[in-house]
Design a protein around this ligand. Sequence first.
Ligand code: PXP
Length: 264
Amino acid sequence: MTDHERARRPLGRLRLGVNIDHVATIRNARGGAHPDPVHAARIAEAAGADGITAHLREDRRHITDADIEALTGMLRVPLNFEMAATPEMQAIALKHRPHAVCIVPEKREERTTEGGLDVAADDNRLAHFITPLREAGCRISIFLAADRRQIEAAHRIGAPVIELHTGAYCDAHNEGRFADRDVELEHLREMSAFAHSLGLEVHAGHGLTFETAAPVAAFPEVMELNIGHFLVGEAIFSGLDSAIRRMRELMERARREAFGEGAA
Ligand code: PXP
């Protein structure tokens, strides 16, 4: 634990958002109805997920419009609706009015969301884009690289939340580049504190696993982790319920170890 963390208290309970996209990826591989991401969402809720995240991509490669419709009808925990900043997605979000809308960059040819949104280069358009969503009551989050300029731009356009892209940190860890990993982690830590100093709520996600989630969970400013691919993959070995419970436990342990009993 750093002196910085010791001196600080977490800003609140750390939430776990479970991303169910890849349940739909498996379903769509056979074109049928199984496994049903809505059923996965029910299991996630029962296992302690604080929210469900689903990304409706332009090409509908995993989550479909019908999944979003079903999720908004049945969820007891908040839905975090991930989407690109397109007029089509804006109309869908305005129809369903999910609790949260996370704006992500999207490229058709990418395997997953590869980087953060370049909000600094598109701030005028994005400011106008998020206004009706905010007016509809959706909490707007912008998925960003841990970059000061991008964080400032998200703040400038009036987004209340940012989600820091943890992919570079996780890749470095998985590839055994531990010096790079530590640099990325330190950068995420600094940018979490910076974003908080501007009044932004800080979330984090992408590529997190049992090994990589704990150090991020120990950042006092981070309020939510969004985790999908690893949990759905781990569900093959231990079941979804068990994978989520284990993730929640390790997040809580990381919080307690960093800030003492009572901090989760
Ligand atoms: N957060 C955002 C904004 C994402 O786009 C994704 C991937 O869809 C995740 C979190 C979850 O990433 P992963 O599936 O790698 O855990």
